[in-house]
Design a protein around this ligand. Structure first.
Ligand SMILES: *Cc1c(COP(=O)(O)O)cnc(C)c1O
Length: 238
């Protein structure tokens, strides 16, 4: 995605305007905007912070634990990357203001996070989303749609330090027609809400990135994860 070399603050404003236009067209409440800051230096993240942004998303444990402590404490960090169970402890203890882990894809990961929260003595439960593979691509992370309820039941009954707050999907990168993946995630939420006897609206749908966040909002997204459109092209991984 090509983004002109305007400032982070201006890019952020432009993204927010697109979101609000889209919401008024479809008569929807505005979704959360998670600014995806992977590979971005602390100074660049601060520019977005100074422009009012508070939710940020990161993909790599090593990277978030090194950046988060030097950034303001009122940032709400979302971890959105592939999480290996053996890194859960490092993530939870290294990021005091970790708000959500969006990429829980198995009961094993949930257990590891729960144990990490117990030993870190967090003040509040850690929110989690279950990441769902909606594209059927084998190489992508996320659980299968038919595994969602089982993982959710596991969280509810065995992970008191976690709070299940939603579902996340990437869909299929580069597919110009993401609607089927968004529809599948909506369907997963519907079944999950029935199974847990919850309101659907109490579960977030995290879907939509720079290339498709407006389509995602129209399809019911309540949390979009936008990197390139805010920060420009990512610098190479250090
Ligand atoms: C990198 C990333 C994003 C942001 O992608 P952009 O196309 O730069 O907006 C969103 N979600 C996940 C899971 C990512 O890894």
């Amino acid at each position: 995605m090509q983004v002109s070399s305007t400032s982070v603050g201006e890019n952020l404003k432009a993204v927010k305007e697109k979101i609000s236009t889209c919401c008024s067209q479809h008569n929807l409440a505005p979704p959360n905007l998670v600014a995806v800051s992977k590979f971005q230096p602390v100074e660049t993240i601060l520019e977005a912070y100074q422009a009012g942004q508070r939710m940020f998303g990161e993909n790599y444990v090593q990277e978030i634990v090194s950046k988060a402590p030097s950034l303001p404490e009122d940032i709400q960090w979302h971890f959105i990357g592939m999480l290996q169970s053996n890194k859960a402890k490092q993530l939870v203890s290294g990021v005091k203001n970790l708000e959500v882990v969006e990429s829980v894809h198995s009961a094993k990961t949930a257990t590891a996070l729960n144990n990490a929260c117990m030993s870190a003595e967090r003040r509040s439960p850690l929110k989690i989303y279950i990441q769902v593979l909606t594209s059927g691509e084998e190489s992508k992370s996320g659980c299968l749609p038919e595994e969602v309820i089982e993982i959710a039941q596991h969280v509810k009954s065995h992970c008191p330090a976690l709070e299940l707050k939603g579902l996340m999907t990437i869909g299929k990168l580069g597919d110009p027609n993401p609607e089927p993946y968004f529809a599948l995630l909506r369907e997963c939420r519907k079944k999950l809400a029935e199974s847990l006897q919850m309101e659907e609206t109490d579960l977030h749908l995290s879907m939509g990135m720079s290339g498709d966040f407006e389509k995602a909002i129209a399809a019911g997204s309540t949390s979009v994860r936008v990197g390139t459109s805010i920060f420009g092209e990512r610098p190479p991984k250090q």
